[in-house]
Design a protein around this ligand. Structure first.
Ligand code: XBP
Length: 254
């Protein structure tokens, strides 16, 4: 049996429950800064989450929800500028400390590191968003705990394409069978699985009802010793929170 060597984390929705209270808010602030009267409420944002990537999401909104919209400049440049402002606004939110990690995330990252697992990030979001989130929540030094930070536009095709996970594996020098992924969405699962990776899901309020067929296990969160996880699908044995022994056990299952 292949030993577990690497743990690859998705970021948005997995490390932090930040889509509605972080990214959505930052998009709206950027729209206001640009003098646009667009405002994405939670319901609309849940629909827009069908498209990964901030620039791709803005384009999808314009093309599918505002077909009459006439951008002030060439559309690609307009979206790029708007998205750059959104990143600035999102980073401001992160730096204000208003976006915490989800339960169990900080503990598991520290334990996995201590146990000698190789850590990586595979995210659709912008590199700066990832490094500021890590620095703000786990300390500046935590950025160095990850051997690979695979983010954003580094690959041609974003999730659900497998590219970002394939890239992360190449950079890690590991094969899929040696790794386990932690994800929160159906499309993230599709991306990881297409790269041949076994995937543990922790749902959040936007993804709870998605189809996670093919996941190794589906939990409501990673859990902590005093606040156990709830199993939504799969077999957790006697475990009540995710630790390295649990990761190894899940990885060893067929
Ligand atoms: C989630 C995403 C991201 C963010 C927006 O990525 O879809 O696009 O919502 O980030 P993941 P940017 O789950 O892979 O972390 O605006 O920086 O693209």
């Amino acid at each position: 049996m292949t030993e577990l060597r690497g743990l690859i984390f998705d970021v948005d929705g997995t490390l932090a429950d930040n889509e509605q209270d972080g990214h959505r808010v930052a998009f709206n602030l950027a729209f206001a800064d640009a003098g646009l009267d667009w405002s994405w409420d939670e319901e609309l944002y849940d629909r827009l989450l069908a498209v990964f990537g901030g620039k791709e999401r803005i384009r999808y909104f314009i093309e599918d929800f505002l077909p009459e919209f006439d951008p002030p400049t060439e559309l690609d440049a307009f979206i790029r500028r708007l998205h750059a402002r959104k990143t600035e606004r999102y980073v401001e939110l992160l730096r204000s400390g208003s976006i915490p990690l989800r339960p169990g995330v900080g503990r598991l990252i520290r334990e996995a590191r201590q146990a000698g697992l190789i850590l990586a990030i595979a995210s659709t979001t912008t590199f700066e968003n990832v490094t500021v989130l890590l620095a703000q929540t786990l300390g500046e030094q935590s950025i160095g705990w990850f051997d690979v930070l695979a983010c954003g536009d580094i690959v041609a095709n974003k999730k659900p394409a497998p590219d970002i996970y394939v890239y992360a594996l190449e950079q890690l020098g590991l094969v899929a069978a040696e790794c386990l992924v932690v994800e929160d969405t159906e499309l993230g699962l599709a991306s990881a699985r297409a790269a041949g990776l076994k995937t543990l899901i922790t749902v959040n309020r936007s993804t709870r009802s998605q189809d996670f067929t093919g996941a190794a296990i589906v939990l409501d969160c990673l859990g902590e010793p005093d606040t156990p996880f709830t199993v939504l699908s799969g077999d957790a044995g006697a475990a009540e929170w995710v630790d390295v022994a649990f990761l190894k056990w899940i990885h060893s299952q067929a």
